[in-house]
Design a protein around this ligand. Structure first.
Ligand code: ACO
Length: 442
């Protein structure tokens, strides 16, 4: 198969959101802490009517209908998620319900979990399947979805929720540049979910931020090495990447990630003319550079224009929905495709930086070689983001309490209203005495 990659893509996010400026007031923190400090405008959330299975069903069924793809044409389905409601039964197996009518049960692939990275691993698996001797000529679907919720406290405003469904196949408009890939993985306790009874993660916020930056360093360096060795690019740098999409826990972290890549360019080639204003950091060790606010600020200033051109358009969804864990980086890609016209994207390289705590990270890239305007039209992203319902912070907190109380419940009927769900949304009807879940669709 040639030019394997992303053929089509669509997203799902819930209709309800809380406004971050209102949340600042409600939480009694200084004005600007969430909106400027984290760079977030709105945060999407759901009540007990939606769980990870319903969210994935909504995304997949919506995608299949929108793009008129037949379930019989899918030979592989991969799910990346860290929203786990069962320690054994996969979300993929629940999604097989949607295949029943087509009679197609011959579908490879299963769930992949490691914090926000599972979707990336799922996408690699799907692309590699199409590019391998095991491929049977059918298409692959990748679903990345999460309900990101935090306990009350500083991490709560960095929640969110969303799902992305990606069709993978040959002759794709976004072709994966297979050999151009750099990965970094290590053992670290920055964000993890050891408490099986709780939906909330255990978080060391400051450590997770440093870990993200370290992962940028290592995976970006490994990517540039490949660019040099495989593609023969001399002195590879940010200028070889036309667009960059980052995992966004909140958009401020993306600004820092981009600046950090420029710092890495500087350490590789400090005499390059663009680095005239940052020569004072020449002798600083890498260890010292972590958490150094003066250095961070200098590189953010230096990269302002490049960031605006290469990355800012990818933040539309992240700023208005929040973190979506595994789906986050793909909402970034969706935002870029929705915001930048095809004529501008044509022939360009789009790099992605995916980070999952714990940690697993990759920098990799796609080449735009086909029409993206159909995807942009199907996404209709800005209009969909504008057509939502704002909920007060007090009501948002009540919903969070409801989810907390009913998490893992048995013999349970959700009490959340279905009136505000978007048409086509799957919702939880009931959990029986054996924790079997039943769903309906609006
Ligand atoms: N106006 C403008 N900026 C403000 C204001 C204000 N009124 N108040 C604070 N800020 C700034 C701070 O200066 C700081 O900026 P900086 O990052 O440039 O230093 C920023 O807002 C954050 O404020 P802090 O007090 O440093 O941090 P806080 O206690 O709010 O916690 C954190 C932030 C750690 C990110 C928290 O939200 C968290 O733990 N989130 C979950 C973990 C996470 O998302 N990690 C990222 C990668 S891992 C992942 O994706 C899950």
């Amino acid at each position: 198969a040639e030019n394997v990659g992303i053929v089509a893509l669509d997203v799902y996010f819930p209709r309800r959101y809380v406004d971050q400026a209102e949340l600042e007031q409600h939480d009694g923190v200084s004005a600007g802490k969430y909106t400027i400090g984290l760079g977030q405008s709105k945060m999407a959330f759901c009540d007990d009517r939606e769980d990870i299975s319903s969210v994935c069903m909504t995304a997949v069924q919506g995608f299949m209908e929108k793009y008129a793809v037949s379930y019989a044409d899918i030979g592989r389905l991969e799910v990346g998620t860290e929203t786990v409601i069962d320690k054994s039964k996969s979300t993929k197996s629940v999604l097989m319900k949607l295949f029943e009518e087509s009679g197609n049960f011959n579908v490879e692939g299963i769930d992949t979990t490691n914090a926000c990275y599972g979707g990336t691993s799922a996408l690699f698996n799907a692309c590699q399947w199409v590019g391998s001797p095991a491929w049977d000529g059918r298409l692959a679907l990748v679903v990345a979805a999460d309900i990101a919720v935090y306990a009350r406290g500083p991490a709560r405003p960095s929640g969110g929720m969303g799902a992305v469904c990606i069709l993978v196949g040959p002759d794709a408009p976004l072709a994966l540049e297979f050999p151009l890939r750099g990965t970094f993985m290590e053992h670290i306790y920055d964000f993890y979910k050891p408490d099986m009874a709780s939906e909330f993660p255990t978080v060391d916020g400051p450590l997770s931020v440093t870990s993200y930056v370290r992962a940028v360093d290592h995976s970006y360096a490994a990517y540039l090495d490949r660019l040099e060795k495989v593609a023969g690019v001399e002195n590879p740098s940010l200028s070889d990447l036309d667009y960059l999409v980052f995992h966004s826990p909140y958009t401020k972290q993306v600004v820092k990630g981009f600046a950090r890549m420029a710092y890495n360019d500087f350490t590789r080639n400090p005499d390059a003319p663009v680095f005239g204003d940052v020569q004072q950091f020449r002798d600083m060790s890498r260890e010292e550079s972590y958490g150094n606010k003066v250095l961070e600020k200098a590189f953010i200033t230096l990269t302002k224009a490049a960031f605006a051109a290469k990355t800012a358009p990818s933040l539309l969804a992240a700023r208005n929905i929040g973190n979506m864990y595994t789906a986050s980086v793909f909402f970034g890609l969706a935002s870029l495709l929705a915001e930048v016209p095809h004529a501008q994207l044509d022939g360009k390289r789009i790099a992605l930086f995916s980070y999952g705590s714990g940690c697993a990270a990759s920098t990799y890239s796609f080449r735009v070689r086909g029409d993206t305007s159909k995807i942009a039209a199907a996404l209709d992203l800005a209009a969909r983001l504008d057509n939502r319902i704002k909920v007060s912070p007090a009501d948002f907190e009540n919903v969070m309490l409801l989810r907390e109380k009913t998490h893992n419940a048995q013999e349970y009927e959700p009490t959340g209203s279905t009136a505000e769900l978007l048409p086509g949304t799957f919702y939880l009807q009931k959990v029986d005495s054996m924790w079997r879940r039943a769903y309906g669709r609006i």
